[in-house]
Design a protein around this ligand. Structure first.
Ligand code: FBP
Length: 570
C-alpha cells in the first residue's frame, strides 16, 4: 500500500492545525494530496494585467422571452460582458474593500474549492482587506446566516483538493417569500457587497432569482453564478463546460477500463455500468469516447427515436447474440443514469406521477393509481417492484425524480436475461449470459481535480470576484477559449436570464436554465455513432488508467470539449 503520512510538522501543519474547519484539521493527507496543495495555477493573461470591462449587446432568453422578462423585470435584457486587456492602471484597484459571501450548492464536483481560492486570491490582490464569508451547508447557510470567515490559513489545505468540505454543500432552494426575506436579512446583517453561487442549472436559476430580488429591494449585494456540475449539462457558447465534468469522467473512465480488462480476463460477465449524469447523457458519451465499450445507450437518442424499453432491450440482446456467435460471452455496457426518464412511455408515467405526488395523497391501498392513464398504469404494473418503489421516492427540492436511486442497470439485466432465455428456447441464441451491475456515481464527484479542472475553477473564481468588484449582478462567470493555453483563455460574464426558459416543476411553471442535452447532430455524438458498430463486435477497449497530474496525458482535455470546440476531427 502506498504510504500515507500524517501532516504533523512544518508550516503546513501549523496552518492546518490553526485553521481547522472541523473536517481537515486532523486529516491524514496522502503524498499526492499534499503535493497538489502547492500546484501552481496559471491565470488567463487578461487577469494578470490591467483590463477594462466591455458590455455586449442586450440579451434575450433561451426560450419564452416574454415569460422570462416578466419574471425578471430588473435583469432581463442586460448584456453579457468581457474583460479586455488595456494599458495603464488596473481599472478596479480603488482601494475599496468588499464583503463577499460564497456558497456551494447542489452535488459535489471536483474543483469547487479552487473557485473559492480564486475569489479569495483576487480580493487579496486587488481589494486588500476584503472579507470572504463561506456560507455553510449550501443555500440553507445563507437563509440561516451560518457562515465562516475564510482566511489564508483556512483555505490553504483545500487548494487543488476534491470535495466541498471546506464549507459543505446542500440542495435547499431559496424560493418562498419568507426564504427570500431571510436571504435579504443575511445580506444586510453581513453588509454584503456580493454573493457567489457555485452551482448547477437549478442553483444558478436560484442565483438569478436572488439577484433580481436584491435589486428589486435596492440592496447593494450583487449575485454572480459559477457553472458547476459533473453532469456537463450547464453550458452554452460563452460557458463551454461546467467544472467537475472533466475529472468525474476521467475517474469513471478509469473504472470502466478496469472492468473491461476484467471482462476480457474472465470471459464470462456482461458488466452493466450505470453512470451518473441525471438528465443528460454527456458523462456516458464522454466515457464511451474514452473507453470504447460494446454497447452505449444515449438517452437523448432513445428519446429522439421514441424507443420503448423493449426496443432498448432488443438492441442489447441483438449485440449480445452476435458477440456470442463470435465467441464472446462477455462485454461492457454503459447506461446513463437518466435513461428511464428519456423513454417516452416512462416520461409520460413520471409526469403523471409528479402531478400525483405534488397534489394527492398516495394511499397504501393503491387508489391513487386510478389517476394514471391506462397506458401508464400498464407500464407501472409491468415494471419490477423495486423500480416502482424507486419511481415513487420523494422528488428532490427542485422537483426532479432522484434518478441516482433508480437501478436501471439491474432492471435491464433482468429484461435482457428474460429475452435471451426466450431466444435460447427458439434456438436463435446459444451463448451464456451473466450480468454484473455497477453504478458509478458518487465515486467521481470528489476526486482530486484534474489539472484542467484545477485551473478552470481558479479562473472562474477569479472572474466571479472581478464581476462583483465591478458591480455586476445576475451574470454567470464565463471562461472561454479553453482549447488554447491558459494564458489565452477569455474571461467574462454571461447574463443568466439569457440561459433561461420556462418549465413545469412541482406542478407549476417555473423559470429554469435550459439544460444542455447531448445534441445528436453534435460532434461528440457523431464521433461515437461512427464508431459504435465496430466497438460492439470487435473488442476495441481502452483503459485510460488513473488521472495523471504530471507527464503524459496530464494536461489532456476531455473529448467532448475538444470535439465541441472543433479541435479534433469528428
Ligand atoms: P448537480 O446537478 O447538483 O451538480 O448534481 C449532480 C448529481 O451528481 C447528479 O449526477 C445526480 O443525479 C445527483 O447529483 C445526485 O444527487 P444527490 O447528491 O442528492 O444524491
Amino acid at each position: 500500500m502506498a504510504p500515507s503520512f500524517v501532516i504533523n510538522g512544518g508550516d503546513f501543519a501549523a496552518a492546518i492545525g490553526k485553521t481547522s474547519s472541523g473536517g481537515r484539521a486532523s486529516s491524514v493527507y496522502s503524498e499526492v494530496q499534499t503535493s497538489r496543495i502547492d500546484y501552481a495555477l496559471p491565470l488567463p493573461s487578461v487577469l494578470t494585467g490591467p483590463f477594462k470591462i466591455v458590455d455586449g449587446p442586450a440579451s434575450s432568453a433561451a426560450g419564452n422571452p416574454d415569460g422570462i422578462a416578466s419574471l425578471f423585470p430588473n435583469l432581463f435584457g442586460q448584456p453579457s460582458t468581457m474583460l479586455v486587456p488595456t494599458d495603464g492602471e488596473h481599472a478596479l484597484d480603488s482601494g475599496r474593500k468588499l464583503k463577499i459571501g460564497v456558497v456551494l450548492s447542489g452535488g459535489q464536483a471536483p474543483g469547487g474549492h479552487n473557485v473559492i481560492s480564486g475569489i479569495f486570491d483576487y480580493l487579496q490582490a486587488h481589494a486588500k482587506g476584503s472579507t470572504v464569508y463561506g456560507f455553510r451547508g449550501g443555500p440553507a447557510g445563507i437563509m440561516k446566516c451560518k457562515y465562516v470567515e475564510l482566511t489564508p490559513d483556512y483555505i490553504r489545505p483545500y487548494r487543488n483538493q476534491g470535495g466541498f468540505d471546506m464549507i459543505c454543500s446542500g440542495r435547499d432552494k431559496i424560493e418562498t417569500p419568507e426564504q427570500f426575506k431571510q436571504a435579504e436579512e443575511t445580506a444586510v446583517k453581513l453588509d454584503l457587497d456580493g454573493l457567489v453561487v457555485i452551482g448547477g442549472d437549478d442553483s444558478n436559476t436560484n442565483a438569478c432569482l436572488l439577484a433580481e430580488n436584491f435589486r428589486s429591494k435596492n440592496l447593494k449585494a450583487r449575485v454572480i453564478g459559477c457553472p458547476k456540475t459533473i453532469d456537463g449539462d450547464l453550458k452554452c457558447k460563452e460557458v463551454p463546460t461546467s467544472f467537475g465534468f472533466d475529472t468525474a469522467c476521467k475517474i469513471y473512465a478509469e473504472m470502466i477500463g478496469n472492468v473491461m480488462i476484467d471482462a476480457r480476463s474472465t470471459g464470462k460477465y456482461y458488466h452493466f455500468v450505470r453512470l451518473m449524469g441525471r438528465a443528460a447523457s454527456h458523462i456516458t458519451l464522454e466515457c464511451a469516447l474514452q473507453t470504447h465499450p460494446n454497447i452505449t445507450i444515449i438517452g437523448e437518442e432513445v428519446a429522439a427515436k421514441k424507443l420503448t424499453l423493449k426496443n432498448v432491450t432488443d438492441y442489447m440482446v441483438d449485440v449480445i447474440s452476435k458477440r456470442s456467435e463470435l465467441g464472446y460471452n462477455y462485454g461492457v455496457i454503459l447506461i446513463p443514469e437518466g435513461l428511464i426518464d428519456f423513454i417516452p412511455e416512462v416520461q409520460q408515467l413520471i409526469a403523471e406521477l409528479n402531478e400525483i405526488l405534488a397534489h394527492d395523497v398516495v394511499d397504501e391501498a393503491g387508489l391513487w393509481k386510478k389517476k394514471l392513464a391506462e397506458q401508464s398504469l400498464q407500464l407501472f404494473e409491468f415494471l419490477p417492484q423495486a423500480i416502482q418503489e424507486q419511481l415513487m421516492l420523494e422528488r428532490d427540492p427542485h422537483g426532479n425524480v432522484q434518478v441516482a436511486k433508480i437501478e436501471t442497470e439491474k432492471m435491464l439485466i433482468q429484461m435482457v436475461e428474460t429475452e435471451l432465455e426466450k431466444r435460447k428456447l427458439e434456438g436463435s441464441y446459444k451463448g451464456q449470459f451473466k450480468g454484473q451491475s455497477h453504478f458509478f456515481g458518487y465515486e467521481g464527484r470528489c476526486g482530486l481535480p484534474t489539472n484542467f479542472d484545477s485551473m478552470y475553477c481558479y479562473a472562474l473564481g477569479y472572474a466571479a470576484a472581478v464581476l462583483l468588484h465591478s458591480g455586476k449582478t445576475g451574470l454567470i462567470s464565463s471562461v472561454g477559449n479553453l482549447g488554447a493555453p491558459v494564458s489565452e483563455w477569455t474571461v467574462g460574464g454571461t447574463a443568466l436570464t439569457s440561459l433561461m426558459d420556462v418549465e413545469r416543476r412541482h406542478g407549476k411553471n417555473k423559470p429554469v436554465i435550459k439544460k444542455a442535452m447531448v445534441e445528436l447532430e453534435g460532434a461528440p455524438f457523431q464521433k461515437f455513432a461512427s464508431m459504435r458498430e465496430e466497438w460492439a463486435l470487435k473488442n476495441r477497449y481502452i483503459s485510460p488508467g488513473p488521472i495523471q497530474f504530471m507527464g503524459p496525458g496530464s494536461d489532456d482535455v476531455n473529448h467532448t470539449l475538444l470535439l465541441e470546440l472543433g479541435l479534433v476531427a469528428a
